[in-house]
Design a protein around this ligand. Structure first.
Ligand SMILES: Cc1ncc(COP(=O)(O)O)c(C=O)c1O
Length: 389
């Protein structure tokens, strides 16, 4: 049988990261390619206690269908939490629980983009979101990243010339893959440009709480007096990616359409998982947990950054998040470098995986410091040092 696939999916190359992750799962490979939380960062005891008690006391609540918008107590709790912590959520906003932040990108695109519409993204950017946009036939335009966030003049240029731009996709905090944090001035400018040109912003913030130094900067959503920002949050990086619980905060008419889109995708996010998250937020010290995992990741980041100092890899020490973006000098090709690293049993991701438009001038590799154990970190860094020679 020859299978004929839709245009939507047929043109999508398998994620280069997934391909490399296949190599990562081979025994003996040091996983600098992944983006998983550290095994020691999961609040296992809390989740075990909560699950056991829920199944004992409220089994039917946990196992029954729920509503598409999400478990009502969790929706209310998240709204309150992000209002208090991040100063986001206006009267015109609504919030739904999603299956991770990934689903926010999916639902926003489903709700807003026709084939050929334009989505603007930082280049490089998160491949999961880029592939979502591509899968709906969106045309991607990349804005080069600078050390303090996207090049806002280039953004202005694209907005001036492109018709049918539906939204600007940005990861302002500890961007994946670059680790870059957008300055406050640029956040304000991106918001103003979006307002001026009448386009929406999709602000993706899964790493915001993983801050290892510096002050927290205001979310773009906190500037949103005009109802133009869709905010994507996630419990993946602070609690568990396997639970698949995230959320979208956006103006109510957008959320209404995204909810219809979710209904036909997965009906609702697993209710048991939502209740676990709700109980965790209600009964455990989430802030203390976040401080603990930040301490773990700060140490891992330092080992990686300090260990790679003086090598061919040029990087800016990320103030948070999980990734180190390493530029390579002219004369060292990222694909060759990634191949040589894998041969020596260190998996890294060549930067080409994160390009937005074909031919974006990227010659870099992305390293992740959260997944490897401390021993693997030390060994992997040593191997990469030896690759130089
Ligand atoms: C920038 C960014 N957005 C979204 C996601 C997806 O996260 P979730 O597990 O919440 O779907 C990731 C995961 O790595 C990410 O890096």
């Amino acid at each position: 049988m020859t299978y004929t696939f839709s245009n939507k999916i047929g043109n999508l190359a398998p994620s280069a990261i997934r391909e490399i992750l296949k190599a990562t799962s081979q025994p003996g490979i040091i996983p600098f390619a992944a983006g998983n939380p550290a095994p020691e960062a999961f609040p296992v005891r809390a989740v075990r206690e909560i699950s056991a008690r829920l199944l004992e006391e409220r089994p039917v609540d946990c196992l029954q269908y729920g509503i598409t918008e999400g478990y009502a107590p969790l929706r209310a709790r998240v709204r309150e939490d992000i209002h208090n912590r991040l100063r986001i959520g206006a009267d015109f906003d609504d919030l739904i629980i999603t299956s991770g932040a990934q689903q926010v990108a999916d639902l926003a695109t489903k709700a807003l983009c026709n084939e050929g519409d334009v989505v603007i993204a930082e280049s490089p950017s998160f491949i999961g979101a880029l592939n979502t946009f591509r899968s709906y036939g969106a045309r991607l335009r990349g804005v080069p990243l600078q050390p303090d966030g996207m090049d806002v003049d280039a953004l202005d240029g694209i907005l001036r010339t492109e018709k049918n731009v539906r939204f600007i996709y940005t990861i302002p905090n500890y961007q994946n893959p670059s680790g870059v944090t957008m300055s406050e001035a640029k956040r304000r400018r991106v918001y103003e440009l979006a307002r001026q040109y009448g386009v929406l912003i999709l602000e993706d913030n899964p790493y915001g709480e993983l801050r290892y130094e510096g002050e927290a900067l205001p979310c773009i959503k906190s500037l949103d007096t005009d109802g133009i920002v869709i905010y994507a949050g996630s419990f993946s990086k602070i609690l568990s990616p396997g639970l698949r619980v995230g959320y979208a905060l956006a103006p109510a008419p957008l959320i209404a359409k995204m909810t219809v889109g979710k209904q036909v995708s997965d009906v609702h996010t697993p209710i048991f998982n939502q209740i676990i998250v709700d109980e965790w937020m209600m009964n455990y010290d989430v802030a203390a947990h976040v401080r603990e995992i930040c301490a773990i990741y700060t140490a891992k980041r330092n080992v990686m950054c300090d260990g790679l100092a003086g090598t061919v890899l040029q990087y800016q020490r990320p103030a948070g998040g999980l990734f180190l973006w390493c530029e390579l000098p002219e004369g060292i090709n990222m694909l060759d470098y990634a191949r040589r690293a894998v041969e020596k049993k260190v998996a890294v991701v060549p930067g080409v995986a994160f390009t937005v438009e074909q031919g974006d001038p990227i010659n870099a590799v992305r390293l992740n410091f959260s997944t490897p154990t401390d021993e693997q970190l030390a060994e992997g860094v040593e191997i990469l040092r030896e690759l130089d020679t």
